[in-house]
Design a protein around this ligand. Sequence first.
Ligand SMILES: C[S@@+](CC[C@H](N)C(=O)[O-])C[C@H]1O[C@@H](n2cnc3c(N)ncnc32)[C@H](O)[C@@H]1O
Length: 357
Amino acid sequence: MTSINRDKLSNYIRMVGGSVAQGFNCAISAVGDRLGLYRTLAHSGPVTSGDLAEQTGLNERWLREWLRHQASVGHLDYDAATDHFSMCPEAAMVLANPESPAFLAGGFDAVLAAAPAVPQVAEAFHTGLGMSYDDHGAACACGIERLSAYSKKQALVNEVLPLVDGLAHRLREGARVADVGCGGALSTLAMARAFPASEFVGYEISSHALERARANLAEAKLGNVRLAHAGEEPLPDAPTYDFITTFDVIHDTPYPDQLISAIRGALKADGMWLCEDIRAYPTFAENLEKQPLVSLLYGFSILVCMSSGLSAPGGAGLGTLGFTEPVARRMAADAGFSRFNRLDYDNPFNAYYVIQP
Ligand SMILES: C[S@@+](CC[C@H](N)C(=O)[O-])C[C@H]1O[C@@H](n2cnc3c(N)ncnc32)[C@H](O)[C@@H]1O
């Protein structure tokens, strides 16, 4: 008979119970996000459920249960003496402010959009074939767009591009730029706004993401941006672009070798490819030890990224943590690139490479 260690068993029950609670938490927090409750709490100061009902016009009984749930998971602070709930400024950065570098509430949408994929993912373990971005529906594209909003709207132009030698000057003078796998085009629009003399094309394979991109472009009213469905209009097979960007695309795409070769073919001889991809270490053991977001990244991988990379026959399925620096160096060299530099930019999610012919 195997003997059971009671303490270890208790720990496992707590750990797995915690995982189940986190699943509920994503759904319940997404409700609060959708109703604007985090934004209200960020500005309201301490409230009772009655106060919040008055401020929002929502049902007090539902709000009371929601506030208690949010305090029990640690999203809100609770003062038992006064029965008031409050949100600290740090929580507001993560939950209430989409323009903050720490904003993560878009992740709830991404989890919920991916969760219905469980039957198809289980089937994929038999067939090997994963789901494309579009197979997840529109909510997944929205979740990803919201998650990356700060890095695309603020950090890209103000912090990342200035680190690339000579780039800002070229973009100011007027350059041709392709943003491949542009998603909702937040990156394309931010660059186009900052560099009006340059011309930008956002290439995207997902119809849902393209729809978001079109809506964002219409709102931005920029004349120097065009969007292209990459399935109908692939990158030109001739040196056309001065600058090509990919933001978290290569690890997702089924045929990364073909895409990297296409980028090489579409770049002018003095052009540059800025590749943002997940900050991962070469081995699983190193990721376990050094990447604090490792479990989040593997979660994304199985439900979204590796699945997308396996969504076509013979897909590479690199996975969220699969386009590491050594892999990127090797694949870039195989495609005919000869210069490869990693930018010195501190970011927990992403690494940035400048790759040149
Ligand atoms: C993780 S999302 C990143 C979206 C956006 N760049 C961002 O940072 O928010 C990856 C995107 O790459 C797109 N994609 C994957 N392979 C592609 C390809 N070969 N050509 C164009 N887009 C592609 C997917 O449809 C998806 O929208």
